[in-house]
Design a protein around this ligand. Structure first.
Ligand SMILES: Cc1cc2nc3c(=O)[nH]c(=O)nc-3n(C[C@H](O)[C@H](O)[C@H](O)COP(=O)(O)O)c2cc1C
Length: 215
């Protein structure tokens, strides 16, 4: 098998529909990294092509609230219902969640790029002031703020953490979850994007007689 060179961007074709609204789409950028000349850069370029959703993790501890933007949230297990999240060892949220253990996840909608940037900004105020400009309501299960307008919300309990290089991989049980229809905010190649679907979003249950799609 021949290993292709890593492509670090994709060219935009003229006439292609562009996302509108507040989500910044980085300009087209096609750079090819030759693994033979710079293997490390080629490896990083390959990893950067993994697209993911964006969520804000929140918690309340000692009467103070805190939130952080993540794109490393992923579904891990269906039974029990577990999600995984990777947090940098330097993350303030990481220290707080290890003591509080209960937290909430708000999966951001495509219109919430500003919230994603806010909860990633190291200059944001600490405590309740962090939520002054944010529409939120308290989660009964975790006590954490849930971000208004999100696509999905989960109340979670930290199960365990595993050291993973410069990050820690957290496993958390989903205690409660709710969702609404919407389109997700996506993180891809260091930018925030909204998804463009090529077919209508399916609504409601599948017609009788059709089995559920495989995992
Ligand atoms: C779209 C996006 C996704 C991010 N995903 C993660 C992530 O998965 N893990 C992480 O540790 N930091 C991630 N960050 C960076 C943190 O949000 C940022 O460093 C934040 O200031 C950390 O806050 P804290 O120190 O209060 O926990 C992400 C930032 C952005 C903009």
């Amino acid at each position: 098998m021949s290993i292709p060179q890593a492509i670090t961007g994709a060219p935009a074709r003229s006439g292609e529909p562009r996302p509108d609204g507040p989500v910044a789409v980085p300009p087209a950028d096609l750079r090819v990294v030759d693994p033979a000349t710079d293997p490390a850069a080629a490896h990083r370029a390959a990893v950067r092509l993994i697209a993911s959703g964006v969520a804000v993790l929140t918690l309340t501890v000692g009467g103070e609230m805190h939130g952080v933007t993540v794109s490393s949230l992923t579904a891990v297990s269906r039974d029990p219902l577990l999600v995984g999240i990777c947090l940098n060892h330097r993350s303030a949220f990481l220290g707080l969640v290890k003591s509080r253990r209960l937290f909430a996840v708000s999966v951001l909608d495509a219109t919430q790029a500003d919230a994603a940037r806010w909860f990633a900004d190291p200059r944001r105020p600490r405590g309740r002031a962090q939520f002054d400009q944010i529409d939120w309501e308290g989660d009964r299960t975790s006590g954490a703020p849930l971000i208004g307008g999100a696509m999905a919300w989960m109340s979670c309990r930290l199960v365990t953490g595993v050291d993973a290089g410069d990050h820690e991989l957290l496993l958390a049980e989903v205690l409660q979850g709710s969702a609404r229809e919407g389109r997700p905010l996506l993180s891809f190649q260091g930018g925030l994007h909204r998804v463009l679907t090529t077919s209508p979003t399916p609504r409601g249950p599948a017609p009788a007689g059709r089995s559920a799609p495989p995992d």
